[in-house]
Design a protein around this ligand. Structure first.
Ligand SMILES: [Zn+2]
Length: 248
């Protein structure tokens, strides 16, 4: 998906009571965000769930944009240690333009203005990966980032809104002949998570090619019927107003 760009890989842009946060700036983030008039200089932070290219490729340009080429030094970067150590995803000269870099660790909490988030558990993925639970004055919501499904996963996440990275239609077994990492959630995993966590709304995103061919919006409709939870398939440029969560 990242290579052919059938779907954009720019990440998620949060605006929480005017605290703006960018999550996982993959390839094209600078193009997608400027096209949509999202202003990087308004960002307070960039959070990286993990170092894989489809989540991190545009991190340097987005730090450059957030800090206006170094003229407006501000903002924080949050990332797992293995994205910052041996082979850092961020250039050291750009790091100097930030207010700071914070290392994501299992079970820790972080604050960005009035917003706080936790990274409750290390995911099962080839590199160090965390999902996030956000707490804002108005709403709580979770992002379940890339992971293989594991027992207990549901116990770490919650809130009125659940965003799930669903790459596969069906669970995959690791296959030595295919270099594609199998450590991703599938539609049955997502169904189970939604049923257990019962959010008001669930958004599916980060689709692989098989998911895309299967028409994610139809899958979302089926999951809505099965679970009784409103399930939405993300689209490029989609905006979701958290106030909609109050509409019952
Ligand atoms: Zn990944």
């Amino acid at each position: 998906m990242m290579i052919n760009q059938f779907l954009a890989t720019g990440g998620l842009w949060l605006n929480l009571d005017d605290t703006e946060i960018l999550i996982d700036p993959g390839p094209g983030c600078i193009v997608q965000s400027t096209k949509r008039k999202l202003r990087a200089e308004n960002l307070s932070a960039i959070i990286l769930s993990h170092r894989h290219l489809d989540h991190s490729a545009d991190i340097n340009i987005m730090v450059e944009a957030m800090t206006q080429g170094g003229f407006k030094k501000h903002g924080k970067l949050f990332a797992p240690a293995d994205a910052l150590e041996t082979e850092p995803v961020i250039f050291s000269y750009l790091k100097d333009n930030l207010d700071g870099v914070e290392v994501l660790e299992e079970g820790k909490s972080y604050t960005i203005g009035d917003v706080s988030f936790t990274t409750p558990v290390r995911h099962i993925h080839p590199v160090e990966t965390y999902g996030m639970v956000f707490k804002t004055p108005g709403y709580n919501f979770s992002l379940i980032a890339d992971t293989l499904y594991f027992d207990g996963l549901t116990s770490y996440y919650g809130g009125e809104l659940l965003i799930i990275n669903v790459v596969f239609l069906e669970p995959r077994k690791p296959d030595a002949n295919i270099s594609l990492p199998a450590d991703h959630l599938s539609v049955p995993d997502a169904e189970h998570l939604i049923e257990e966590l019962k959010p008001k709304v669930a958004i599916l995103t980060h689709f692989g090619m098989g998911m895309w061919r299967a028409k994610p919006w139809e899958i979302a409709e089926r999951l809505t019927e099965k679970t009784g939870v409103k399930v939405i398939a993300a689209r490029d440029g989609m905006r979701f107003e958290l106030a909609k969560l109050d509409e019952g």
